[in-house]
Design a protein around this ligand. Structure first.
Ligand SMILES: C[S@@+](CC[C@H](N)C(=O)[O-])C[C@H]1O[C@@H](n2cnc3c(N)ncnc32)[C@H](O)[C@@H]1O
Length: 283
């Protein structure tokens, strides 16, 4: 079948569900992934023919997209900080807001400094791995409660050629760790049950609840636990960075203010929402 005919089928089947530009993007991501074809292929070769045996995965992708499965889970890969990450339904798809958090940390951490870093709730490992990739003198540790997520993260560290020490712990049960860190970073679960109605079907149906949700009554459980952990496990002047719930900026900031953190800063993401928090521990 001609590639342009398949593109037409993508639009016929999917334009009612997704914006046209997004369908274009799905199509090009899919042909790049399965056929190794670049975006400009149709401009260069309008009559490009897809072999019969190569058609199946292109049509299967349409069916999964119709069921609201995110394209990253279908293709099994996501981009973050210029790197490729394997993703499965056991890990959250890395978000652009989280790239802003990583960029903030990088902007404040001299390249030549020997630092110990811990990423809590590492998921795909996107934060830990991109920090390890960009900070050659850092020793990076990453923790998650999910065995399955840690398997994905380990593979991602190998694929990206970095050394990260992975730890399986529940951060809500005061892990007994001996190490001390200069930087602790976390993007913990922070979406309240009451916010589910704001979320799109593809997130609700496909992304792991363990990575996303907290109770309406105690939405800051993870921030309290991680801050208490950080007070014990940060070196003097060590920094704690959080990605946060946009509706709870003030309350989350107070968690740090109640402890010995200084130079506390709340930052907005590219969408203008309160999304990141940083504090430095004085002892
Ligand atoms: C919002 S996701 C963040 C994933 C990744 N760091 C990112 O930014 O894309 C939260 C992560 O916390 C992990 N998690 C949930 N409960 C946890 C717990 N009690 N202890 C440690 N990790 C936990 C989940 O498995 C998930 O990987």
């Amino acid at each position: 079948m001609l590639l342009r005919e398949i593109k037409k089928i993508y639009h016929t089947e999917l334009d009612a569900i997704y914006p046209v530009e997004e369908v274009n993007s799905f199509f090009y991501m899919t042909i790049e992934h399965y056929l190794g074809l670049q975006r400009f292929i149709l401009a260069m070769q309008p009559d490009y023919v897809v072999a019969k045996e190569e058609e199946a995965s292109l049509f299967l992708t349409i069916n999964l997209l119709k069921k609201q499965v995110p394209i990253q889970y279908i293709l099994g890969t996501a981009h973050f900080m210029g790197l490729d990450f394997n993703v499965s339904s056991n890990v959250l798809i890395p978000r652009p807001e989280t790239e802003e958090l990583v960029s903030w940390i990088l902007s404040e951490t001299p390249l030549d400094r020997e630092v110990n870093i811990l990423d809590i709730g590492t998921g795909s490992g996107c934060i830990a791995i991109s920090l390890a990739k960009n900070l050659p003198n850092a020793k990076v540790f990453a923790l998650d409660v999910s065995k399955d997520a840690l398997l994905v993260a380990k593979k991602n560290a190998d694929n990206n050629g970095v050394l990260v020490t992975f730890l399986e712990h529940n951060i809500l049960q005061e892990p007994n760790l001996q190490q001390k860190f200069d930087i602790i970073v976390s993007n913990p679960p922070y979406v309240r049950e009451l916010e589910k109605k704001e979320m799109t079907a593809n997130v609700l149906k496909n992304e792991p609840s363990l990575a996303l949700f907290v109770s309406d009554k105690e939405p800051l459980t993870f921030y309290n636990a991680i801050t208490n952990f950080a007070v014990k496990h940060l070196n003097e002047n060590g920094k704690l960075y959080f990605e946060i719930n946009q509706y709870l900026g003030g309350e989350t900031q107070e968690v740090l203010e109640k402890q010995d953190f200084v130079t506390i800063e709340l930052r907005k993401d590219m969408f203008g929402n309160d999304r990141m928090l940083r504090g430095q521990l004085i002892k």
